[in-house]
Design a protein around this ligand. Structure first.
Ligand SMILES: O=C(O)C1=C[C@@H](OP(=O)(O)O)[C@@H](O)[C@H](O)C1
Ligand SMILES: C=C(OP(=O)(O)O)C(=O)O
Length: 423
């Protein structure tokens, strides 16, 4: 699918979709809890659909009704049939959360996916499984495991993906004895581990930090069924917040001011760039502002990377993002993807393995067509950048928004941006 964006002014208000990260976690915890849990305010993006399907395959009874997921959970791991394939599409969270959980079946399980999923780093689990003498092999099309994780001391790298830590945290409380997870510094995306701890606590699971790099997980715990309403998604808020800052005033709603989402940092980053942001109940009013450059630390908010490049390019003078290296390990190499597309629009963009520097000098003359690099966050970031260019821009592979935000273009059109689907 191709989408054409005509430069146009936004106005009004947009209600953000529910958090994808919180939805994955709530669906998994409720599935592991015996009894009925109702998760409300869920959006059925591709990633969430594969997490639901996987937990059904594991034995949870799950139905969906409007924006609710009704889960009759409690898993009998022993009754899982041997030699099943679990399809994770392109969701890194699903794959990395599932591997430790499905290991508890003690059966041969294969995990498959699409596009770049199996090319993203999985070696942390491979090493860990081998260290514990469990079967783990990977080829181009699947990861195969066999053997249950055992309680004990785990130590893993903190700068590849926090999803490995979260995955272990879902499974280890179900083992007979206590465990610890030591995270080797630097510990990035810690904010996402905090989201996992928040959801585990809601479902009756106790995990504590022994020290800033060591998590202590009591064994023999049981997940308790509980209802949960998913709060709005600050990663997706980033796109509309930056749109407001560069294009025209907008109100964004559906967000919790008390959120633990790391991407809530978008609010502080905008203020660092001198954007006028006013909190209102469940949201913010954001005004188009004279932008001023600042340094951005992406350590706890990697998913904001591509849209922050758009903020940088519309800021006169130079700004730098640091701790950006993990952007290269996502659905695309997000630094390379943005570098290619923005340079094609004459943006002065340079990068190192771990940093991005942009010297903004708007307005920009876009090339006619930009590539979405099969990556939802690249498609959405380019669409926002295109709203303030001199000419119309076509973005290809736009259907990849379905990974996290299927209604993105409808929401963009609802605030006045001219969006056309091109055959
Ligand atoms: O746990 C999560 O929900 C996520 C963790 C982050 O990944 P890393 O920990 O690999 O940075 C983030 O990029 C991803 O979109 C969602
Ligand atoms: C990287 C992302 O998700 P995941 O790691 O779950 O594929 C994302 O949503 O940008």
């Amino acid at each position: 699918m191709k989408v054409e964006i005509t430069p146009s002014k936004c106005s009004g208000s947009v209600h953000l979709p529910p958090s994808k990260s919180m939805s994955h976690r709530a669906i998994i915890c409720a599935s592991l809890a015996k009894g009925r849990s109702i998760i409300s305010n869920v959006a059925f993006s591709d990633d969430i659909l594969v997490t639901i399907a996987g937990m059904q395959q594991l034995g949870a009874h799950i139905e969906t009704k409007d924006d609710q997921v009704i889960i009759d959970g409690g898993i009998d791991f022993a009754s899982f049939a041997d030699n099943q394939d679990v399809f994770c599409k392109e969701s890194g969270s699903t794959l990395r959360f599932f591997i430790p959980i499905f290991s508890l079946t003690n059966k041969n399980v294969s995990f498959t996916g699409e596009n770049r999923l199996l090319k993203r780093p999985q070696k942390v689990y491979e090493d860990l499984f081998h260290e514990k003498q469990l079967h783990y092999t990977q080829d181009a099309s699947c990861i195969r495991i066999q053997g249950s994780l055992q309680p004990g001391a785990y130590s893993l790298a903190g700068d590849v993906s926090s999803q490995f830590i979260s995955g272990l945290l879902f499974a280890l409380p179900l083992l007979k004895q206590d465990s610890t997870i030591h995270i080797q510094a630097p510990y990035e995306s810690r904010s996402y581990v905090d989201l996992t701890l928040q959801m585990l606590a809601h479902y009756g699971i106790d995990v504590v930090y022994q020290d800033p790099y060591t998590l202590y997980i009591k064994g023999n715990q049981t997940y308790q069924a509980a209802d949960y309403t998913i709060e709005g998604d600050y990663s997706q808020a980033g796109f509309f917040a930056v749109l407001a800052a560069i294009n025209n005033d907008l109100t964004i709603t559906g967000l919790s001011h008390d959120s633990k989402q790391g991407d809530k940092q978008i609010i502080d980053i905008l203020r660092d760039f001198h954007v006028d942001v006013t909190p209102i109940p469940f949201g913010y009013e954001i005004k188009k502002s004279q932008l001023s450059p600042a340094t951005i630390n992406l350590e706890n908010c990697p998913d904001l990377g591509p849209i922050l490049n758009v903020l940088q390019m519309y800021t006169q003078k130079e700004s730098t993002i640091i701790n950006a290296g993990r952007l290269r390990l996502k659905e695309s190499d997000r630094i390379l993807a943005m570098e290619n597309e923005l340079q094609a629009c004459s943006v002065n963009y340079s990068s190192t393995p771990d940093t991005i520097t942009i010297h903004g000098n708007p307005p920009y003359e876009a090339t006619r067509q930009l590539s979405g690099h099969k990556d939802h966050r690249i498609v959405m970031a380019l669409a926002i950048a295109a709203t303030c260019m001199k000419d119309k821009v076509i973005i290809d592979e736009a259907e990849y928004i379905n990974k996290s935000y299927p209604t993105f273009f409808e929401d963009l059109a609802s605030v006045g941006i001219e969006v056309h689907y091109v055959k």
